[in-house]
Ligand binder design. Structure first.
Ligand code: SF4
Ligand code: SF4
Length: 356
């Protein structure tokens, strides 16, 4: 769990930053404790943590609200589940809560696959806003998701926008969230993008501002009209917890990730092997975090036994592109992640392990 806070002390007005809005706007909605709460369901590498940081700073420094941002993620590696939370309130109110957001007023879903996961919509109240990065139409989403009465449902092809603009999906999602919820203020969010990316990645600033604008402009929304006025049930307690997890983190089912499909974590790009350039040096395999490279014992050009690279198992490839960076003869190149290519050129690892 990582925590970053963007809070202001209402007792020290003299120390307020210049960017602070002297008259904070009213919160669009509040829970019983006076908080407006945002939850982002994402996957490591899609930038939800940074998006939360930008939203929190925009609300505090740009709009004069009080707020906190924090994220939770597991093994801190690309491809693992990430949740990022923003909690906002009026500046006079103290904010001492750092528990996960269970009942979000604004829920952002950063990957299409998460729409089908049972936990994604948990705790959603009637009248909330849901923003999804997806190529599915609003009609398809409405038919698939079990949304409560009065939900504002929004969709945007954030991945498509990011690929076209050479940026990342998080700024497209920020534009979509601001558009769908009419909150926080778009100008404050853009100023924060400039402040944060202007110091960290100035080369990507223009592309990300264009991505934000397109996310805002290309978002489509509908309001769910149903007679059912029930919230989505909250998360059930996990099956394993501190009281009953096996000691030492013992795995009862070793090798249980053999059927794991990492393709859902990719962001539109994959490596392609150019076999005629490959020298079978094995460097790519040493840096690949997910053992995607498939080898077979054969004979080399001189007729000696050798392990030769057969290809890539795209089921496990999450598109981190680390292998491309290390390949000495440039036998790995970046290409679009299109289904026909992956289907034609995937070399299944399980065949070589003798596993069905
Ligand atoms: S690093 Fe490049 S040359 Fe070496 S085995 Fe991998 S693809 Fe082939
Ligand atoms: S991009 Fe390369 S290093 Fe990264 S997971 Fe895929 S095959 Fe492995």
């Amino acid at each position: 769990m990582s925590t970053s806070r963007a809070t202001q002390d209402p007792a020290t007005p003299d120390s307020e930053p210049e960017t602070r809005n002297p008259k904070p706007p009213p919160l669009p909605r509040q829970n019983a404790w006076g908080f407006y709460e945002i939850r982002m369901e994402s996957i490591g590498g899609l930038g939800a943590h940074l998006a939360g940081q930008i939203l929190g700073e925009a609300a505090v420094l740009g709009m004069g609200l009080n707020g906190a941002h924090f994220s939770s993620y597991g093994s801190e590696k690309r491809g693992t589940p990430v949740k990022s939370y923003v909690r906002l309130c009026e500046p006079e109110r103290e904010l001492r809560v750092s528990s996960p957001v269970e009942r979000p007023h604004l829920l952002a879903i950063f990957h299409d696959t998460l729409l089908d996961a049972p936990f994604t919509l948990q705790g959603l109240d009637p009248g909330s806003t849901v923003v999804a990065n997806t190529r599915r139409s609003l009609g398809e989403l409405f038919g698939t998701l079990d949304l409560p009465q009065g939900t504002t449902l929004a969709r945007v092809d954030a991945l498509g926008i990011a690929l076209q603009e050479g940026s990342r999906i998080n700024t497209a999602m920020l534009g979509a969230m601001v558009r769908a919820a009419s909150f926080p203020d778009a100008a404050a969010v853009k100023e924060t993008i400039v402040r944060i990316l202007g110091t960290r990645r100035r080369d990507l600033l223009e592309a990300n501002l264009r991505t934000f604008d397109r996310g805002f402009a290309e978002t489509e929304t509908l309001v769910v009209e149903l007679s059912v006025d029930e919230p989505v049930p909250r998360r059930a307690p996990p099956r394993l917890g501190y009281a009953n997890t096996p000691r030492g983190g013992l795995l009862y089912a070793p090798g249980n990730s053999i059927r794991r499909d990492n393709s859902v974590f990719r962001e539109g790009r994959i490596p392609e092997l150019l076999p005629e350039k490959c020298t079978h040096c094995g460097l790519c395999d040493m840096v690949c975090p997910d053992y995607c490279f498939v080898w077979q014992e054969e004979t080399d050009k001189r007729g000696r036994p050798a392990m030769l690279l057969q290809g890539i198992d795209y089921q496990y490839c999450k598109g981190c592109m680390t292998c491309i960076a290390v390949c000495p003869p440039k036998a790995l190149v970046e290409r679009p992640d299109d289904e026909a290519f992956v289907h034609a050129y995937r070399v299944p690892l399980v065949n070589y392990l003798g596993t069905p």
